[in-house]
Write a protein that binds this ligand. Structure first.
Ligand code: UDP
Ligand code: MG
Length: 319
């Protein structure tokens, strides 16, 4: 029986405490799948703690484990891209390093893959260990982006997913610098299915995403997958101009018909300040898109590799 290759890809940034707890769970999950040739690929996203040393220990203990270290911290999206780029054969399954995406579900993902699905994604039913503020803002974000974006982006779905070889090949062709992975997965398409799961709290350490990073990720998502904000600026401009016109006519008529003295300063200040604000917002919006265009036009690589250590026990595609 041929065994389908499956690589579990994990981006890790300062996860020295969680990785030793996670690896046995992944290994056990892979052992339980006789039809699958399981491999594990850890991407050290420029960690400043003992992550790399811990990973080397894990790789020495398990011949299925391959390691990749980036030259610095490039962020989760780039680290995942680096990992997925290294997958030569078969499907890839993306997992968080902190145990929030339970490896015990790998079997369910693989079953769906074998049924013929290309993009099997975990949809969170609950998010334990995360405050209501994070949960409610995340909830709102998925609704807004779902409404704005023409590309389907499933709600409450993170990066916990399995990509079939052809979905993976499709994703690899998207080389944009501003990588909003959830949207890129959606863009690829093919047969998709959701697996509901309970999102557990982290096994160790703290979240690497503070509110500022999440806010920027949200902006990234919206500007990468929608130009609706630009259109909003156009409509705001049109509406303001219309209101200004009606108001102007009314001021003139009032002066002509009733000889009302024109009340100057307060109205003028209000209008000038309001219009100034609207114009600055519109300019800022254009700037957001222009800045992204600028960064895209530089065509820099998405990441640089510091070290690559193939799995000891897996023959590569070339030999
Ligand atoms: N991560 C990464 N690079 C970063 C930040 C995070 O590779 O710059 C990894 C991190 O190690 C973890 C995953 O991305 O495996 C999710 O991070 P985290 O758990 O901190 O995010 P949260 O679950 O709180 O949204
Ligand atoms: Mg987490």
């Amino acid at each position: 029986m041929t065994r389908d290759p499956l690589t579990v890809v994990i981006a890790a940034f300062n996860e020295a405490e969680s990785l030793p707890l996670l690896q046995p769970r992944i290994a056990a999950a892979l052992d339980a799948l006789p039809g699958v040739d399981g491999r594990v690929l850890y991407v050290d996203d420029g960690s400043s703690d003992a992550t790399w040393a811990v990973l080397q220990r894990l790789a020495a203990a398990d011949p299925r484990v391959a390691l990749l270290r980036l030259s610095r911290n490039f962020g989760k999206e780039a680290a995942l891209t680096a990992g997925l780029d290294q997958v030569e054969q078969g499907a890839a399954l993306i997992l968080d390093a902190d145990g929030q995406d339970p490896p015990e579900l790998i079997g369910q993902f693989v079953a769906k893959w074998h049924e013929g699905f290309d993009d099997v994604h975990g949809t969170r039913m609950e998010r334990e260990g995360e405050g209501w503020l994070k949960r409610s803002t995340a909830h709102a974000f998925y609704r807004v982006i779902g409404w704005l974006s023409k590309t389907p982006i499933p709600a409450d779905t993170g990066d916990f997913r399995l990509l079939s070889p052809r979905a993976l090949a499709g994703l690899r062709q998207l080389r944009e610098r501003h990588r909003f992975m959830k949207g890129l997965f959606g863009w690829v398409g093919f047969n998709r299915v959701a697996i509901p799961y309970h999102r557990e709290p982290r096994v160790a350490g703290g979240s690497k995403f503070n509110f500022w990073r999440l806010w920027n990720l949200a902006l990234e998502g919206i500007t990468s997958f929608s130009t609706a904000p630009l259109r909003l600026a156009t409509y705001t401009g049109l509406l303001t101009a219309l209101v200004a016109f009606v108001f102007g006519v009314w001021v003139v008529l009032k002066a002509l018909l009733w000889g009302d003295p024109v009340a100057g300063y307060p109205t003028m200040m209000a209008v000038i300040l309001f219009l100034g604000g609207v114009q600055l917002i519109a300019l800022g919006l254009i700037g957001e898109y222009l800045g992204r265009l600028y960064e895209e036009s530089k065509q820099r690589p998405l990441y640089l590799v510091d070290a690559w250590q193939p799995a000891a026990g897996v023959s590569s595609a070339q030999d």
